[in-house]
Design a protein around this ligand. Structure first.
Ligand code: DGT
Ligand code: MG
Ligand code: MG
Length: 299
């Protein structure tokens, strides 16, 4: 004897699901609203840059007692969240971060999500944002997250390699300009005893050379000796790295803090623009591997 359920399942299983589905959909008078959705495929053969930026991080950094002008915990957390994004999206060939922003560059020929702009922006942004919250405690320890941070995101297309290089150079130059300003501003306050207003007035209309000179002559600080991570921001690249423990090579996302404006960087890492195979990156023998790398190597 067949039970009612068995008979109905038999009946259901014998009708192709597509027929059931389309019959149901065709009956809906609401179906037409689908036509309001717009096509958002990004132009082919262009570099896709997705840039995210923290919402009102002026307030967020204050509320969470970020050190001024640079907080290593905040920088490391941004880099970790970005590494998570780059690890999930294999078509990201280079990422660049500074302050509360990160740019992710997807290969010109990527066909991920059919190059749909909204899919890319929302997936990358939400994965970055959730990772930022997920890894918060690893870096900020007892400094508790007081409210959920948010990031905006945009997609920009660059048709030529030169445009892409100029884009990344623009962001790195921005990092340098802001860092020189902030370093001088906070030195005037913390070591020079000036008020915020006085420091602002002193720096008004000054050039880079003036700030370098002021730091050196008044406070004995050589700006060139400031940490590279503050001056250059962070570049993430996918490379093969030797695991010192297992002596095996592993594809790893590595953070670099070097100049990307000059040709040298692009010659050294030619696989970024030429879309070549992952190349080997050799750390100097006495170099302490960054935490982000050790983590990926399970050391
Ligand atoms: P937005 O992006 O229009 O929503 O507004 P904000 O306030 O996020 O402005 P934005 O993105 O131009 O500037 C980033 C802010 O984040 C800026 O006020 C400085 C702060 N910030 C980022 N990194 C650090 C850090 O390491 N230490 C401190 N003290 N502040 C930081
Ligand atoms: Mg912001
Ligand atoms: Mg910003």
């Amino acid at each position: 004897m067949f039970s009612f359920f068995k008979i109905s399942r038999l009946f259901y299983n014998n009708i192709p699901h597509k027929v059931l589905h389309t019959t149901k959909m065709a009956k809906s008078k609401f179906e037409y609203v689908r036509n309001f959705e717009t096509e958002d495929r990004l132009l082919p053969n262009c570099w896709i840059v997705i840039r995210i930026d923290g919402r009102d991080f002026h307030k967020f950094s204050k509320k969470h007692n970020f050190k001024k002008p640079n907080d290593n915990r905040a920088i490391d957390l941004m880099n970790h969240a970005a590494m998570k994004v780059m690890d999930d999206f294999k078509d990201i060939s280079i990422a660049y971060g500074q302050s509360d922003e990160y740019s992710f560059v997807l290969r010109k020929n990527t066909e991920i999500y059919n190059r749909r702009g909204t899919k890319l922006m929302t997936y990358i942004n939400s994965l970055f944002s959730s990772s930022y919250v997920f890894y918060w405690g690893e870096y900020f320890k007892e400094e508790k997250l007081r409210y959920p941070p948010a990031f905006d995101s945009r997609a920009v297309l660059y048709p030529t390699d030169e445009n892409l290089r100029d884009y990344l150079s623009w962001r790195q130059a921005d990092c340098h300009i802001n860092n020189l300003y902030n370093t001088t501003f906070w030195t005037l306050i913390n070591k020079g005893g000036l008020t915020n207003r006085e420091a602002e007035q002193k720096l008004c209309g000054t050039f880079s050379s003036d700030k370098n000179e002021l730091l050196f002559s008044e406070f004995g600080i050589n700006y060139n000796n400031e940490p590279e991570i503050f001056k250059k921001g962070t570049i993430l690249l996918r490379k093969k790295v030797l695991n010192p423990k297992s002596q095996k090579n592993k594809t790893t996302i590595i953070p670099l803090h070097e100049d990307l404006i000059g040709d040298k960087f692009w010659e050294k890492h030619s696989e970024i623009l030429n879309i070549g195979a992952t190349t080997f990156y050799e750390y100097p023998e006495d170099f302490d591997l960054p935490y982000l790398v050790l983590r990926q190597l399970n050391i």
